[in-house]
Design a protein around this ligand. Structure first.
Ligand code: NAP
Ligand code: ZN
Length: 351
């Protein structure tokens, strides 16, 4: 066991502050990673403030962070896929049972014994797992990903959550050339959704509450950008979408988007507002529309997504911050003022 510097919150109302955590020495199948960058996901904030209490109560102190990019510094004797010096990544999961039907199907995110990168039981050291707001992490090689060499490491960090969470449902629901696709909410997830939908050849429409983001939406690859508070602009799109990805982190009227779907259209929810959303039955009945959810993606698909990003030169648009500025970054994220993902430069933690 060794000590690592980290940032943690001591309670749902505490600011994040310096903290020291234990990390295990790598066992036979483990990879020890020196963390270079870690993205800031809105889920980090939900967890820190215990907003998922009904499903996953937060155990304090919490060290968030599941968009990790780093360099391998040590590997266990049985590790075959990685060696010291490799550029690697870790996302939202660090373990699963490997034997259940979900794991067998490459859907580790649905394994009943899946272990999240933070706030899950730590079977090695006891207590809970600690995430990427830290100088290093030790992870079983099955959950370590390879980062294409041409991708900027800071811009590649958010691919581990914002990237796979938008890539996976778009693949599943057949987002391809000729499809009309909506992306609701232009934040960390939303801006990656725009990039993927564009790369898959779809006609992409962004729905935003922030008029100041319209121009950016087009620059990111959208064909149209609609301010969702303008009823007349919304009206123009009624009944026209094949697929809509809803990334909003807070309470909102989901029916306004269900009504934009065409016959057999699908709206997939990836945003995780703490409060239940009210769904009007008729919006689904007329048009045989469907509403579904999606949770990150399996390890094989995450690697596929990273390789796709390597081939197409796709990374997140990031604002790199020092870890000392984390609390201000959280407040800006709550004000929808992120362009379009905060990423922590972990050198600031070591300084
Ligand atoms: P984010 O960067 O904060 O983006 C969320 C965006 O939603 C904002 O930029 C804003 O976009 C819009 N928004 C915020 N409050 C709103 C409101 N009251 N009404 C309407 N729109 C609002 O967050 P993120 O990191 O992308 O995460 C988004 C959500 O996805 C979070 O709930 C997070 O927990 C969840 N998540 C889910 C998964 C999964 O596996 N399903 C994975 C990661 C994250 P505009 O300014 O454009 O309106
Ligand atoms: Zn996330």
């Amino acid at each position: 066991m060794y000590n690592a510097k980290a940032y943690a919150a001591a309670s749902a109302t505490s600011r994040l502050a310096p903290y020291t955590i234990p990390r295990r020495d790598p066992t036979a199948h483990d990879v020890q990673i020196d963390i270079l960058f870690c993205g800031i996901c809105h889920s980090d904030l939900h967890h820190v403030r215990d907003e998922f209490a009904s499903l996953m109560p937060t155990i304090y102190p919490i060290v968030p962070g599941h968009e990790i990019v780093g360099r391998v510094i040590k590997v266990g004797p049985a590790v075959t896929k990685f060696k010291p010096g490799d550029h690697v990544a870790v996302g939202c999961m660090v373990d699963s049972d490997g034997t259940c039907p979900s794991c067998q199907a490459g859907l580790e995110q649905f394994c009943p014994n899946m272990i999240l990168t933070f706030n899950s039981p730590d079977k090695h050291l006891g207590g809970v797992t600690y995430g990427g707001y830290s100088e290093s992490i030790v992870v079983d090689e099955r959950f370590v990903l390879r980062v294409p060499a041409n991708l900027d490491p800071a811009g590649a960090a958010p691919l581990q959550c914002a990237g796979i969470t938008t890539y996976s449902p778009m693949r599943r629901w057949g987002v391809t050339q000729g499809k009309k696709v909506g992306v609701v909410g232009l934040g960390g997830l939303g801006h990656m959704g725009v990039k993927f939908a564009k790369a898959f050849g779809a006609h992409v429409v962004v729905f935003t509450t922030s008029p100041g983001k319209q121009e950016d939406a087009l620059r990111l690859g959208a064909d149209e950008a609609v301010v969702s508070r303008h009823a007349d602009e919304m009206q123009k799109h009624i009944g026209s979408f094949d697929f809509i990805l809803d990334t909003i982190s807070a309470d909102h009227d989901i029916n306004a988007y269900i009504n934009l779907l065409r016959l057999d259209g699908n709206l997939t929810l990836v945003g995780a507002p703490a409060k239940p959303l009210a769904v009007a039955a008729f919006g689904l009945l007329f048009g045989r529309r469907s509403l579904s959810g999606s949770l990150i993606g399996g390890i094989a698909e995450t690697q596929e997504m990273l390789d796709f990003c390597g081939e197409h030169g796709i990374t997140a648009d990031v604002e790199v911050i020092k870890i000392q500025d984390i609390n201000e970054a959280y407040e800006r994220m709550l004000r929808s003022d992120v362009k379009y993902r905060f990423v922590i430069d972990m050198a600031s933690l070591k300084a």
